[in-house]
Ligand binder design. Structure first.
Ligand SMILES: [Zn+2]
Length: 152
């Protein structure tokens, strides 16, 4: 059962959350680096209801999605938050798509980009303590075997 959760999520709070997580050092002009305090609200986007800022320094326009994989999309902030939440929780693309009201292909395409970015940000070197990982692996394997039906 899918819940119409996207209609229950506040877009203003979602936009703040996105701004805090997409731009942890503060929203800035992607072209000259001046902060949003040195910009004016130029307009609101139609479908996604995002503030578009015009930089007072270089006259470029940007919004909270600029410089992210969501740049150029028309997702409402609540849709973006729920999409990210669903991908991080490993929910199927079809379920996320139904919840936020976009196509499964759109969710799948964004999921692939998120996963590729996550893979690129993985450390190149192995963890310093391989022994701990191996122990944990064997411990988990043993727990699964004890709980299987065949052993009873
Ligand atoms: Zn600028």
């Amino acid at each position: 059962m899918d819940f119409p959760i996207v209609t229950l999520l506040d877009d203003v709070l979602s936009r703040w959350w996105l701004q805090e997580h997409f731009h942890p050092d503060g929203l800035k002009c992607p072209h000259c680096g001046k902060g949003v305090g040195e910009a004016r609200v130029f307009r609101m986007t139609g479908k996604s209801q995002l503030r578009v800022y015009r930089c007072n320094g270089c006259q470029s326009i940007y919004n909270v999605y600029s410089g992210t994989i969501f740049e150029g999309t028309h997702f409402r902030p609540a849709q973006t938050v729920l999409l990210l939440r669903g991908v991080c929780k490993g929910e199927p693309s079809a379920a996320i798509a139904r919840e936020i009201g976009v196509s499964r292909q759109t969710v799948h395409a964004i999921r692939k980009v998120i996963q590729a970015n996550a893979e690129r940000s993985q450390p190149e070197s192995s963890l310093p303590d391989q022994r701990t990982e191996t122990d944990e692996l064997f411990q988990n394997a043993g727990e699964k075997r004890r709980n299987s039906r065949r052993s009873r």
